[in-house]
Design a protein around this ligand. Structure first.
Ligand SMILES: *Cc1c(COP(=O)(O)O)cnc(C)c1O
Length: 373
């Protein structure tokens, strides 16, 4: 394959020297959990995301679950409370809600943003609705006045699933701007799964929030429920980040802006050079800063297009072919149909973005333009 969808070694090779130094530092320190690398990474992440606090965690799903568990421990959410979330998200968003005893309420996405259609939120609100999980899908912030106003009017918590959009911003000032994702709502979860924009060399995640009480509760929950050594105030979990991953992530976080810039350049090249009328391109918004976790095009002849791309040496992926409500594990749980979500699931294709250069993007665009039915 000339242009594989994603080559993780290519993503990490530019940082190999720094990553090896970071690993050596941890190996030599003899300190592998709850140490200085975690502490430093938390401070660096909080600063980068305009948030007061950050907690490093084992992965993104645990980060989401910890936020919901903490709100339950604090009495701000009760088991059975409803959480509104977009129907076309990755299943982990939904799992975090149902796993903590809350009820996910699915809302259709908007076709132009792939994010929740904020005009549909209000009619899904009931007396049990207590939170909205906004998912910044594919690198595009999920944020507008409507979401803010509804949350205020109905007194809803806003939790961000920021697994795909670290460094994005709901205005044009970009990272460190006032509207950086991870600082928009009450709390945010991050994933550093190796394929994410900032990837660890294994599993890792994080939580940001400016709510001190929430952060304290999360820290205790993530460490067996203990507020101090051998003293357990919650029936807690073990959701810590390894020191070695924190050390790796400190290296990668330094390069977040240049990685986002690269993804934006590739997205712009695709946007300029893909002209095939059979393809719907994702929108580049003037009003916000996107970070292009995925560059997702749509085509009603998807399988033929995938075959054409593969025959021409271009790897693709689909995010996601089966939406959560059609997964076997939720078959008896969600009773409605979600036609827009299902249509998107049948039409979306993700193109290579992280590990290709501009010339490759131009060539891939030409291959797409040569597709006919
Ligand atoms: C990756 C991802 C998660 C889960 O993160 P993990 O680190 O893999 O547990 C949650 N939500 C979204 C939207 C994701 O893309």
């Amino acid at each position: 394959m000339k242009y594989p969808f994603l080559q993780l070694s290519d993503v990490n090779v530019p940082y190999a020297k720094q990553l090896k130094e970071a690993a050596a530092r941890v190996i030599d320190s003899g300190w592998y959990l709850n140490g200085n690398e975690n502490k430093a990474f938390e401070q660096e992440l909080a600063l980068k995301c305009n948030s007061k606090y950050a907690v490093a965690t084992s992965n993104g799903l645990d980060a989401l679950k910890l936020i919901f568990r903490a709100y339950i421990e604090l009495g701000k959410l009760l088991p059975g409370d409803e959480v509104i979330v977009q129907a076309n998200t990755y299943i982990a968003s939904i799992l975090s809600i149902s796993e903590t005893g809350l009820t996910p309420i699915l809302v259709e996405p908007c076709e132009t943003t792939f994010n929740i259609d904020s005009s549909l939120i209000e009619k899904s609100i009931t007396s049990r609705t207590k939170a909205i999980l906004v998912v910044h899908l594919y690198g595009t912030p999920c944020w507008d006045e409507k979401i803010k106003n509804i949350a205020q009017r109905y007194n809803l918590l806003i939790i961000e699933d920021n697994a795909q959009s670290i460094g994005a911003s709901a205005d044009t000032s970009g990272i460190n701007g006032h509207y950086t994702t991870g600082s928009l709502g009450d709390a945010a979860a991050f994933s550093f799964y190796p394929t994410k924009n900032i990837g660890a060399l294994g599993d890792s995640g994080a939580i940001t929030s400016s709510d001190e009480e929430l952060i304290k509760t999360i820290r205790a929950l993530a460490n067996y429920g203990s507020d101090r050594r051998y003293h357990n105030i919650y029936k807690g979990l073990n959701c810590r980040m390894d020191e070695i991953q924190a050390a790796f992530l400190r290296v990668k976080l330094q390069h977040l802006d240049s990685e986002s810039k690269h993804r934006n350049e590739i997205a712009k090249t695709y946007d300029t050079y893909i002209t095939n009328p059979l393809i719907i391109k994702p929108l580049i918004f003037d009003s916000m800063t996107q970070v292009w976790h995925q560059y997702v095009i749509r085509c009603t002849h998807r399988s033929a297009l995938c075959k054409h791309l593969e025959e021409n040496g271009v790897g693709t992926d689909i995010h996601y072919a089966t939406p959560p409500h059609l997964q076997p594990c939720y078959r008896d749980f969600f009773k409605s149909t979600y036609p827009i979500t299902e249509q998107l699931a049948n039409e979306v294709i993700s193109l290579p973005i992280a590990s290709i250069d501009n010339d490759a993007a131009k060539e891939i665009a030409q291959i797409i333009n040569s597709f006919k039915v």
